[in-house]
Design a protein around this ligand. Sequence first.
Ligand code: ASP
Ligand code: MG
Length: 410
Amino acid sequence: MLIVQKYGGSSLADADKVRNVAGRIARSRDAGNQVVTVVSAMGDTTDELIGLANRVAERPDARELDVLLSTGELVSCTLMAMALRTMGYASVSLSGAQAGILTDTSYGRARIAGVAPGRIMSEVDEGNIVIVAGFQGITEDMDITTLGRGGSDTTAVAIAAGLGADRCEVYTDVDGIYTADPRLVPRARRLDEIGFEEMLELASYGAKMNPRSIEMGMRYNVPILVASSFTDGKGTLIHGEVDMNGNVGEIRNRVRGIATDTNVAKITVLGVIDRPGIAASLFEPLAQADISVDVIVQNASVDGTTDMTFTVTRTDLARALEVVQPVVEALGSRGTVSDDSLAKLSIVGSGMQDAPGYASRMFRALADKSINIDSITTSEIRITCLVNESQVADAACALHDAFQLDAPQE
Ligand code: ASP
Ligand code: MG
């Protein structure tokens, strides 16, 4: 089998851990597989590099910053190849550029435009275990880009798709995808499997996987196994063929999981005149500034004016307020208020779309714990409430109980 593996930064935090992972890669090779492994930067390297850049420049140049950040993954991929060679395995490291990861030009959040698999495949054919630096690629003009935080997952799925690999395995410090964040909900349970759509919603609303990697897996139908790099558990298979009806427990519990996200800030623009074009004039400049907005709520207008509420990440709050300010003045609105003490709490399940009553059960469970809901949004397979951050653990536990998510899967 041709297998693409990915190991995250916490699994590679020091030299011993690098050697431990090398042992795991070697085992997969010994089992007769051809192995391509994508690695993240060791431990907190990426944060440290960002910190360094911020100490020499107020606004580090985007192109320079990406080259700097790409070095974190070069450290881990070269060390991994050395460790494997010492163990007697033929191995070669490749930077993203050498591996043929082609991207667009948006520094810091580049999208993979294609994978030229030639070099990886020729190394594999020569018998090498190929170690690819994750999180990075190269533009048409030969500039180095990075893919956004957590981008190594995306590198791995893209390579698996590009090589037509048999499977993609993402190894991390948890042993799979859980019904909720186990740090908040001690009774959370590992899922054996989950569908792409559900996983995409969970990842977009707080679960630790990079949503772009799920999108990529969905588009190219690459099954992704998420498992621990420290133990030998079964992990969770993310794939396109979850049979909702093959599982009694899941028929009763059409909620598959709960996502929580505390990197949330809310902005409300007060007293916006209610006429065509207002929402566009508010959100266009935010889009231009590359700020993504979510949970958009507009009140029905009473006296010809309305309030417009939306969320951004806390990291984007200051910038979003800067961008919105001139628009608010031009529109003659009464000003803005912001709140960075909220969290997103979501229930996700593809079975919810054709069964009524999920929203009311969610609201009842929160009400019974006296948890106030700030705003609500939904998709076909998700219901999200903004709640106070200090109550998010209680709220997640209440929902986990209300939807009986600790019931075993079979
Ligand atoms: N090293 C990068 C980060 O910390 C990419 C990754 O870990 O996937 O965001
Ligand atoms: Mg990392």
